[in-house]
Design a protein around this ligand. Structure first.
Ligand code: C5P
Length: 310
């Protein structure tokens, strides 16, 4: 039986090891928001270069990995069970990299809204890599796991460790930053979904939506563990998002009307967030959402285990 939770550094935290006939690991896979997301330009490989500051928050999926004879992925969102889940690809790619047979049962209980810009699927894939590296006794380093993670999606390398980090390249080149102090974040998730959301959002960008990454670089220099407000956050998809998600503008306007600082989109949307500075601001936001089909989650920024910002 592998040891306790302290053995896995970083952000995907095993919360339970049971002494059973089959070894089992339970991991928390945290959601992320993008504090900044600047799109710099299109690359030859079809991706875009971005500059982004990523931050994990304590809204999580639960990933339970158990020894098994073959690979299986089971999810409480039934449409996400089986081979369509990014966690399946994570297990398959890790097994290929390590030249082992992929044997594990992966159970995912969703707490993060699906396809909302909060990185839920990527977080589950990251948790799967961390958990299987341990369950299969592979001993891959963080850097080796990050290479596998980058093959799964641009957000997956960051979510191996979470916290506060700068993402460059296609978002997969991660530099950890000093953790923010625990900060309240109010996530608003409009009930909007479209097929192939992320590529659609990138295609919707116009020249004026691109920028040079300077705001992100400045925030990376200046943040240094300081408390922040959404006023200095930014997101290149904010102009295009209401065109692509027809119900977004109405919800956004309601929230923007009652907050001190403007809300910010997370990732390619449709989720957005604000950082209310008082109880009365939180209540105003909650009341502004009455009668809409948007969900709201009051969460806090979260840092890797053992760091002071946690
Ligand atoms: O990396 P991920 O699988 O999340 O990307 C999904 C799609 O989003 C890519 O196939 C690409 O069309 C687009 N994308 C992009 N530039 C990025 C990240 C994603 O164009 N930096």
């Amino acid at each position: 039986m592998a040891g306790g939770s302290a053995e896995i550094p970083g952000h995907v935290i095993p919360v339970r090891d049971s002494v059973m006939a089959q070894e089992q690991l339970t991991l928390k896979a945290y959601a992320k928001v993008n504090l900044t997301l600047e799109v710099i330009g299109k690359r030859d490989d079809g991706y875009h270069n971005v500059a982004t500051i990523l931050q994990t928050v304590d809204l999580a999926d639960r990933v339970v990995i158990t020894e098994a004879d073959e690979l299986a992925v089971e999810c409480d969102e039934l449409s996400l069970s089986g081979e369509s889940n990014l966690a399946w690809n994570a297990a398959a790619m890790l097994a290929e990299r390590a030249e082992v047979v992929p044997r594990a049962h992966i159970r995912i209980d969703k707490g993060i809204p699906v396809a909302s810009g909060l990185g839920g699927g990527s977080a589950d894939a990251a948790a799967t890599l961390v958990g299987l590296n341990r369950l299969w006794g592979l001993g891959l380093t963080g850097g080796e796991l990050a290479k596998v993670a980058a093959g799964l999606g641009s957000d997956v390398p960051f979510l191996l460790n979470g916290g506060t980090a700068l993402g460059l390249g296609r978002g997969d080149e991660i530099t950890p930053l000093t953790s923010l102090p625990a900060t309240d974040v109010l996530l608003v998730v409009p009930a909007e979904s479209i097929e192939a959301k992320t590529p659609t959002m990138y295609r919707a960008l116009r020249p004026g939506d691109f920028s040079d990454g300077g705001r992100t670089q400045a925030m990376a220099r200046e943040l240094d563990g300081r408390r922040l407000t959404s006023a200095i956050c930014c997101n290149a998809f904010e102009r295009a998002a209401p065109e692509i998600f027809p119900g977004l503008a109405g919800v956004w306007e309601r929230v923007a009307h009652v907050t001190e600082h403007p809300p910010r989109l997370s990732g390619a949307g449709p989720s957005f967030y604000c950082m209310p500075s008082s109880e009365s601001e939180r209540i105003r936001v909650a009341e502004s959402l009455r009668g809409t089909s948007a969900a709201a989650y009051l969460v806090q920024t979260v840092s890797p285990q053992g760091e002071s910002g946690a």
